[in-house]
Design a binder for this molecule. Structure first.
Ligand code: CA
Length: 177
């Protein structure tokens, strides 16, 4: 009987240890989760009117860095026309904690012609990239800006559109260096 009791006590203590370890593990997981970057993806549409660049901005959540891992683009131009597309972002490249012209970078898109579909010239791109887009540098706020222009003036009422999809994750903008 005494042996059984001791065994029971021993099992109880072992179980208590396991529960404590599990609780500790759960706490560690919760802490790790906070450090896991948040998936983020969004779409932005630009409507070019002619040879001048038109742009559209994609909001980045406040105080976050959008780490862009992939950009997908489709352009719809009048038949026989082409489009030039790019996007630009900001990171404090010169490390002065001031948003300035040194902090902008441009990223060009290499479009591949897909042919004409119902009178619309399609071109597409899908790029795996690594591009940093900070929402905040010092006291200045920034977005991802997508741009597009046509290689000529389109016919009246022609349909033109560049559609961008950015995918990646968000992390906190690190404190100034
Ligand atoms: Ca700067």
């Amino acid at each position: 009987m005494a042996v059984l009791e001791r065994r029971f006590i021993s099992i109880t203590i072992s179980l208590a240890c396991i529960f404590t370890m599990m609780a500790g593990g759960a706490f560690a997981q919760t802490k790790d989760k906070e450090a896991v970057p948040t998936p983020f993806q969004a779409r932005v549409i630009v409507t070019p009117l002619g040879t001048g660049f038109q742009s559209s901005a994609l909001d980045i959540p406040a105080g976050k860095r959008f780490v862009i891992k992939n950009v997908s683009v489709i352009t719809r131009s009048p038949e026989g026309m082409r489009m030039e597309v790019n996007f630009f972002t900001y990171i404090d490249r010169n490390g002065d904690n001031v948003g300035d012209i040194a902090d902008i970078t441009f990223n060009r898109i290499v479009l591949v012609d897909q042919g004409v579909f119902d009178g619309v010239q399609l071109a597409a791109a899908n790029h795996e990239v690594l591009v940093f887009a900070d929402e905040l540098i010092g006291t200045n706020h920034y977005k991802v800006v997508a741009q597009a222009r046509l290689n000529g003036m389109p016919p009246a009422d022609a349909f033109s559109q560049a559609q961008f999809t950015f995918s990646g994750y968000l992390e906190d903008v690190p404190p100034p260096r």
